[in-house]
Design a protein around this ligand. Structure first.
Ligand code: TTP
Ligand code: MG
Length: 358
């Protein structure tokens, strides 16, 4: 039986949290981000509610521009602790519906729900039940994408925002994807988009049809994943993180940074630490993953499974730096980096150390 995966993403999350605690703001434009200082400030918009989006305001835009577009909006500085509290409340609801659960960011999660679907509970019915419970308990809306794999579910959750449900059945995958721009694929940032456009690939359909070997020769091995996604063949599992055996460590910077030397140096220290822990517990690992979180909490993980087991810090560092440099958007600041070693081979009787990834 094919898997059924939900991707759930809260609608204008930080802004909705602010409206929730100040109902006077309902139906008014609300912009979360730096203080606009009368339009002179240098910061950016973290997010805007859908009312403010009608004025053209959106995430990542200079706050000065947002101020010009919508001077009458209510501008609010982010209150991460409050958003995290609400996020935890939502995640605690979601986990009860999942066979496997992966909270990938502060306002989004993947759920594998295959076993929950039966004759009386279709995926859409289950999505409605989940949306209702979240709304009843938090007064917040979310959007849900339903598909047989994670990447399509993720793309789908964005289609009918806000408060939408989009289901992509297997026989609809090709039509659903073919005209979408390639940047809709999670992980396609500016750099990859440019490389693909240079090959005259602008839609997911064009990517799907492109010769796989030629693509890899032009873009490198990481392009295989993109090609599989474009063809609806991506098959990564929703990992129940509590059960995954791994050794990991991570560091949150005192200040968000785009200093590449500092980032690499930190990866080096983390590699030493993970290597020491692996050796102490007499493990070797086959899979090296990195995690990086941008200043706005958007979090990515990238993994590489090698053809051999290792536990030396040099190889861990090499693999980590490669994963990082190939994937990280250098125009954005980083808040946190982490390294994880998994797919462990045990050479002793000692129990695996289990660490939570988030
Ligand atoms: P998103 O889910 O990307 O955005 P959103 O929830 O505000 O809006 P949507 O309805 O389109 O899902 O990100 C979740 C939160 O992360 C968002 O509320 C604020 C924060 N964020 C930033 O601070 N900066 C950014 O550039 C982005 C994209 C998000
Ligand atoms: Mg969201």
């Amino acid at each position: 039986m094919r898997r059924i995966i939900f991707h759930i993403d809260m609608d204008s999350f930080f802004a909705s949290c602010e409206v929730k605690r100040n109902p006077d703001l309902i139906n008014k434009p609300v912009i979360i981000g730096a203080d606009p200082e009368g339009g002179k400030a240098r910061g950016v918009v973290s997010t805007a509610n859908y009312k403010a989006r009608e004025f053209g305001v959106g995430s990542g835009m200079p706050i000065s521009k947002a101020y010009r577009l919508c001077p009458n909006a209510t501008f609010i500085r982010p209150d991460m602790r409050y958003y995290k509290q609400i996020s935890n409340q939502i995640m605690n609801i979601l986990v009860t519906y999942a066979d496997n659960f992966d909270p990938v960011g502060i306002d989004e999660a993947y759920l594998e729900v295959t076993s929950k679907i039966n004759k009386t509970t279709s995926p859409r019915i289950l999505a409605a039940i989940i949306k209702k419970e979240i709304y009843n308990k938090t007064k917040l809306t979310c959007s849900i994408g339903i598909a047989h794999n994670k990447s399509i579910a993720k793309i789908a959750s964005d289609i009918e925002k806000p408060d939408g449900v989009t289901e992509v059945k297997e026989e609809q995958v090709f039509n659903f994807l073919k005209d979408l721009p390639i940047r809709k694929i999670s992980g396609v940032g500016k750099t990859t988009e440019k490389s693909l456009t240079d090959l005259e690939i602008t839609t997911i359909g064009e990517l799907a049809k492109f010769d796989r070997n030629l693509l890899v020769s032009k873009l490198g091995n990481h392009a295989i994943k993109l090609w599989l996604i474009a063809n609806g063949l991506e098959d990564s599992v929703v990992i129940a993180r509590e059960e995954s055996e791994s050794i990991s460590t991570e560091r949150t910077f005192k200040e968000d940074t785009d200093d590449l030397a500092l980032l690499h140096n930190t990866l080096s220290q983390l590699s030493d630490r993970v290597s020491r822990d692996l050796k102490r517990d007499r493990y070797s690992a086959k899979t090296i993953s990195i995690k990086y979180r941008y200043e706005d909490f958007e979090t990515h993980t990238r993994a590489n499974t090698l053809g051999f087991y290792l536990n030396d810090s040099d190889t861990i560092l090499q693999a980590s730096i490669r994963l990082f440099d190939e994937n990280y958007d250098k125009s954005r600041k980083i808040r946190l980096v982490g390294i994880r070693c998994s797919n462990l081979k045990n050479t002793s009787e000692k129990q695996t150390k289990i660490t939570s990834w988030f």
